[in-house]
Design a protein around this ligand. Structure first.
Ligand code: PBG
Length: 330
């Protein structure tokens, strides 16, 4: 008989005991803040479905990063929205592309205090909105890899510490690693979107980045939501190709995938708490239906508990502000 000598409640009685017994922690340094940079605007443009998030100018992104650093968030990932899109997505590798300008500007302003991650994809830059080069109506895998290599080298030359390919082309990590190494950029890391699902949770992002596909959808290259073993395979392939970190995306409906990928690989795991996940919290909070601070804490802790070491989240700046007060919440 274990009762009553076993009384788990004993460890919940006082805040200090609860803290000692807590298995999972979260600090601002675990968070990566995604930011949008839009070419050709004078003022930041609010993103309707993502309250509190903006398409930034070079000036406003610098102010936002300054604030993030002040509250302890050290890492940002940049997405670019070019003035002109074309069939090739040439804005993605232009020397004076908007992300390249942003990388230089942020490095100049903050030096090594900020870790700069560049999302690498074509969907924000192509007029058709797909993540790769088209041949007819299909996204051509291998032709896309050549373009990804150009983008990676261009982003790294502009100062990116980490390149994060999100297009779900086969072989993208190996191709990018080879291109960086060829240029002597062996010190730049690759954060691979390894298991990226074809997901309705990206809806608000596509408004933010103007990257909705003009025809069809992304199911021929992003993963099917029913699969988890395939995610483990994708992650293993990316690690074999040289990925330094592997990511699962979205996060909340895929916590089991985070767990499985974490158990199967030896590199750090990232999870992307995506735009739709953010939008749902913001919408419910705006209606007074949930307590936003407590919900965000539980969401981020849950993603960490599933096994993600780092979390990409639009809540980053605000959550980091709140973290010192979280003890009162729980
Ligand atoms: C593709 C990319 C997407 C997101 C990050 N990188 C969108 C997509 O695949 O359609 C989604 C991020 C989010 O929803 O927050 N470059």
């Amino acid at each position: 008989m274990t009762f009553p000598s076993q009384r788990p409640r004993r460890l919940r009685a006082k805040p200090a005991l609860r803290r000692l017994a807590r298995e999972t922690r979260l600090g601002p340094e675990d968070l990566v803040y995604p930011l949008f940079l839009r070419e050709g605007i004078e003022q930041p443009v609010p993103i309707d479905a993502m309250p509190g998030q903006y398409q930034h100018t070079l000036d406003s992104i610098a102010r936002e990063v300054e604030e993030a650093l002040r509250v302890g968030v050290q890492s940002v990932i940049l997405f670019g929205i070019p003035l002109r899109k074309d069939a090739q997505g040439s804005g993605a590798w232009a020397d004076d592309g908007i992300v390249q300008q942003g990388l230089r500007r942020l490095r100049e302003a903050f030096g090594d205090a900020v870790l700069l991650i560049a999302d690498l994809c074509l969907c924000e830059y192509t007029d058709h909105g797909h993540c790769g080069v088209l041949e007819g109506q299909t996204v051509a895998n291998d032709a896309t890899l050549d373009v990804y290599q150009r983008i990676a080298v261009s982003q790294a030359a502009a100062g990116a510490d980490v390149i994060a390919p999100s297009g779900m082309m086969d072989g993208q990590v190996g191709a990018i690693r080879a291109a960086l190494d060829r240029e002597g950029l062996t010190d730049r890391a690759i954060l691979a979107y390894a298991a990226k699902y074809a997901s309705a949770f990206y809806g608000p992002f596509r408004e933010a980045a103007g990257s909705a596909p003009q025809f069809g959808d992304r199911r021929a290259y992003q993963m099917d939501a029913g699969n988890v073993r395939e995610a483990v395979r994708e992650a293993a392939l990316d690690v074999a190709e040289g990925a330094d970190v592997v990511m699962v995306k979205p996060a909340l409906a895929f916590l089991d995938v985070i767990r499985a990928v974490g158990e199967a690989t030896q590199v750090p795991i990232a999870a992307y708490n995506v735009s739709g996940e953010y939008a749902m919290v913001k919408a419910a909070a705006a209606n007074g239906w949930i307590d936003e601070r407590r919900i965000v804490r539980e969401i981020l802790l849950g993603i960490r508990r599933a096994g993600a070491q780092m979390i990409l989240t639009y809540h980053a700046r605000d959550a980091a502000r709140e973290i010192p007060c979280w003890e009162e919440l729980g």
